[in-house]
Write a new protein. Structure first.
Length: 561
């Protein structure tokens, strides 16, 4: 809670009208980390009694190449007069014959030596930035030592504060500053802001999308290996059904399993639902005894192997009947010879598809991976009877947490939960366009931004929430602004920005996903499932782009418009 308050206070400390730093103590709520109780005492006194209109910074280090860093305990500034470097020393302080002691122990370096070195380095650093500092001086504070008489040493006279001064610091500081300042040239440039920038009010670590994507890829490989180590114990089971939600690594594990089985000398057939995923999986393998097919396309291949005239018709009627025809007419005359069958996207397969899988894997290894939450067709249950063993993947790690959170909002239908995603606009952002003519331009701008952040074209996909049959869907475009785009099953998809429907991109993933055609899908009863599927394809970042009129009709997106 304290950290959040600090950020809010610091952010509000800049004058919105003039863009200048406001007076005050920095940090404004608590001192920087220190083991010095003396510095803490001075900080508390400054927090209550810093003269009006003055500035003070606790703990500023300056890096000096080849030498130890120079450090000031406090920098105090009166904009009208100059800068005071305040060195703080705790304990009972005494001086004898020019040597300084704290609780009887010799101080090394002496109280003012460190401040002199820091001031010299500060002035040089400001000068290198084209800034001339105002008159500067050095003072010392002994917050554990009370005294009524200043040290006799001429360079200390009038510039030493003790425990008794902390009670009336607002009166003591102007007098000490007057004594400590050494006349110098007039200030030139924004010296107050320069000191504040050196002190470093706030640093928010950021990573470009390109580097972020590479780091997350390495993390996913490591986690895939961890999860596969668990599944290793199930390798000797003849048939296993693995269930997991979006982001649990099902496809990666299915591919790893297929490779492992092929590495043992088995002939392995890997089946999935979509053509685009089959193409991507095929590009990942180099083992001759491992084959990848989209299941209905494989049915056509089996018909041809059986000598039947299988003329492909890209119609729902053809694809809905081709698998049953294969099971009845082709398989009785064939022996495909597979030792193991690995199935991905099991939640989307039809009864006929499962009948084909059952025949192909009879008496052999059969592993299937599914995600019931991504089932687009409610009338396609997985026949659990085919599997002796079941395993549940629970760790979701593929998508960034805000993306998974928003996806879960659509899955649960709870609009209020989506508000939390506003905490991380780099992961999830909604871009509302004034009209339909601005949507493509905004998408092109986002692609430019992603590429400028280090992402490659192959890291980006634009997904439509409508099917390819919709003439206005973005999948029919060959270019978006200056960017050439291709469909997910195009041979150039591995090096290009992809435009695809949410359904045909199932099983695939990219670092950056742009979701559009929201308005074309809002009237669909399965709209929330479409959005869930599209969101769960993203690894690092999502942009949802459409007209404002369309986006405000979505109760989850409306607050972000």
């Amino acid at each position: 809670m304290l950290h959040g308050i600090f950020l809010a206070t610091a952010a509000g400390a800049l004058d919105d009208n003039r863009g200048m730093l406001k007076p005050g103590l920095w940090p404004p709520n608590k001192p920087r980390t220190t083991e010095s109780h003396a510095e803490l005492a001075v900080y508390e006194a400054l927090a209550k009694q810093l003269p009006k209109g003055w500035y003070a910074w606790h703990s500023l280090r300056i890096r000096v190449p080849g030498h130890p860093d120079a450090e000031a305990d406090f920098i105090i500034a009166d904009p009208a007069r100059g800068i005071l470097i305040l060195e703080v020393k705790g304990g009972r302080i005494e001086e004898c014959d020019g040597l300084w002691f704290s609780n009887g122990k010799l101080l090394k370096p002496a109280p003012r030596e460190q401040a002199h070195r820091f001031l010299s380095e500060l002035l040089q650093l400001l000068q290198s930035k084209g800034i001339q500092a105002p008159p500067c001086g050095i003072a010392t504070c002994f917050p554990d030592t009370e005294f009524s008489r200043q040290p006799a040493q001429s360079d200390l006279t009038g510039t030493v504060l003790g425990a008794q001064d902390l009670r009336w610091l607002d009166q003591a500081l102007p007098e000490v500053l007057q004594e400590a300042l050494i006349k110098g040239p007039c200030a030139k440039g924004p010296w107050l802001q320069a000191i504040h920038d050196l002190w470093g009010e706030r640093w928010v670590p950021e990573m470009g999308f390109g580097l972020q994507a590479r780091v997350e890829k390495e993390d996913r490989i490591r986690l895939d290996e961890e999860q596969f180590a668990v599944l290793q114990g199930l390798m000797e089971n003849t048939s296993v059904l693995v269930t997991g939600g979006a982001g649990t690594g099902k496809t990666a594990l299915a591919l790893t399993l297929a490779r492992k089985l092929a590495g043992r000398g088995k002939r392995v057939l890997m089946l999935c639902f979509t053509e685009a995923l089959a193409r991507w999986l095929h590009e990942q393998i180099d083992q001759p005894n491992l084959a990848v097919w989209a299941i209905k396309r494989y049915a056509v291949e089996l018909l041809r192997q059986a000598g039947r005239d299988a003329v492909v018709e890209d119609t729902p009627k053809f694809w809905s009947g081709v698998v049953l025809e294969t099971v009845v007419e082709a398989l009785p005359t064939l022996d495909p010879g597979w030792d193991a069958v690995v199935v991905d996207e099991g939640q989307d397969l039809t009864d006929d598809d499962w009948m084909l899988i059952e025949e192909l894997s009879r008496g052999k290894h059969c592993w299937a991976f599914r995600d019931p939450e991504q089932s687009f067709w409610p009338d396609r249950p997985t026949p659990d009877r085919l599997f002796q063993t079941r395993y549940q993947l629970s760790k979701k790690y593929r998508c960034a947490a805000p993306i998974l959170q928003l996806a879960q909002c659509y899955l649960s239908g709870n609009p209020e939960a989506g508000m939390l995603c506003a905490l991380d606009p780099e992961s999830v952002a909604v871009r509302a366009c004034p009209g339909s003519g601005n949507v493509l331009e905004r998408i092109a701008n986002e692609i430019d931004r992603f590429k400028g952040s280090g992402l490659a074209a192959s890291d980006i996909a634009v997904l439509s929430l409508r099917g390819a049959a919709e003439p206005g869907a973005i999948v029919h475009r060959e270019r978006i602004g200056p960017h050439q785009v291709v469909r997910a099953d195009n041979p150039e998809a591995g090096s290009s920005v992809v435009t695809e429907t949410f359904l045909r991109f199932k099983g695939l993933e990219r670092s950056a996903i742009i979701i559009t055609d929201v308005g074309l899908a809002l009237d669909k009863p399965d709209y929330r499932k479409r959005m869930y599927i599209a969101l769960s394809r993203a690894l690092s970042t999502v942009r949802i782009i459409d007209t404002r009129d369309s986006l405000i009709r979505d109760p989850i997106l409306c607050p972000f418009c």
